[in-house]
Design a protein around this ligand. Sequence first.
Ligand SMILES: NC(=O)C1=CN([C@@H]2O[C@H](COP(=O)(O)OP(=O)(O)OC[C@H]3O[C@@H](n4cnc5c(N)ncnc54)[C@H](O)[C@@H]3O)[C@@H](O)[C@H]2O)C=CC1
Ligand SMILES: O=C(O)C(=O)Cc1ccc(O)cc1
Length: 360
Amino acid sequence: MGFVVTIVGLGVIGASLGLALKDSPLVEELIGVDPQDHVGKEAVALGAVRRTEKLEAGIENADVVFLCCPLERLEEVIKQAAPVLKPGAVVTDVGSVKQVVMEWFRRWLPGGVYGIGGHPMAGSERTGLAGADRYLFENAVYVLVLPPGTPSGPFETLSQLISCTGAKIITMDAAQHDRLVATASHLPHLAAVALVNQAGKAPEALGLAGGGFRDTTRVASSNPAMWEEIFMFNREAVLDQLDGFIGELNRLRGYIAAADRQRLRQELQAAQALRESVPRGARGALPSACEIITVVLDRPGVIGYLGTVLGEGGINIVDIEILRVREGDGGTIRLGVPSVEDGEKAVKLLRDQGIKAWMR
Ligand SMILES: NC(=O)C1=CN([C@@H]2O[C@H](COP(=O)(O)OP(=O)(O)OC[C@H]3O[C@@H](n4cnc5c(N)ncnc54)[C@H](O)[C@@H]3O)[C@@H](O)[C@H]2O)C=CC1
Ligand SMILES: O=C(O)C(=O)Cc1ccc(O)cc1
């Protein structure tokens, strides 16, 4: 017998979870809840959930409930769900901030119902069901926050389900989570917003924006409502990070104003070395696979062709990223493969086909 799983909120994250879980033998029933009727219908049509229900009917028999609504709605959903949940049920959320959610769980959930905080470190610039992706969590870090005294059973159940999505689970406490995401996710988002708005003061500059601008500002296209909530629910840690960042900018400004080339160069070199030490070839904090860079012609089907060449040679591509595209000319693609031996073999296979390739 598998678990009855209910997903509350069928947007990008909820529907992606549903798509990733739907074929798991661990899942006996997959129920969706969303206040927007059309969203529920579309989620069923997409196969993200098998049926939809109102909140109470949807969760009363659930073994595991994933709360995937906006943070702003979460406390009222927890309050409404609390009296209906069956003893032993596991309730988890996907919110980008954890201290406040753990406090809501503590305050509202009855004894015998286990509230475990969750945060998949993967997302999308898109909003709603249209952004759902069955592979969104593949290889992504998924943080779980366990209240003190949580028995192993609920944690095991939740971990088993999350593992079906291909995500890698790590646990930490809520305060540490909020500090770390302020650094790794929330501050970078603000920096992207500031960069775009600064460039917007000279719109003709946007016409010159190349890969660097796109790389550093991609996330500024994300859902403003969601990010506004995140900044409000993680104010303290975000302010702390902003202060540090403003300090960094001011220091750089000082070196440039004083034409202090030596100190400026030291800063640039320190950043280069640190950036290079961040594992690539994997999402988040996971170990790096071996990386290959290939330069290919800009023509339809070229990525499929790379896949075929390597696939026929028995090489599994575990990660792929388009680094640069020069329209009408060509593109640079990064491929992750499982080992150095695979990398050496892949480079040879590609070169045999006349494709430029090297290991990075
Ligand atoms: N989008 C992203 O990149 C990521 C988002 N998250 C977190 O996931 C949560 C959801 O984000 P998205 O899926 O992007 O949002 P979304 O806007 O795509 O979807 C939210 C869904 O929740 C539904 N909803 C609203 N009020 C509800 C209620 N009272 N009960 C049930 N459903 C309700 C909406 O109708 C909508 O379908 C947020 O808390 C966010 O912090 C976490 C990681 C990444
Ligand atoms: O698009 C990206 O790269 C993201 O970083 C998405 C994201 C947004 C919010 C989160 O809480 C976690 C991940």
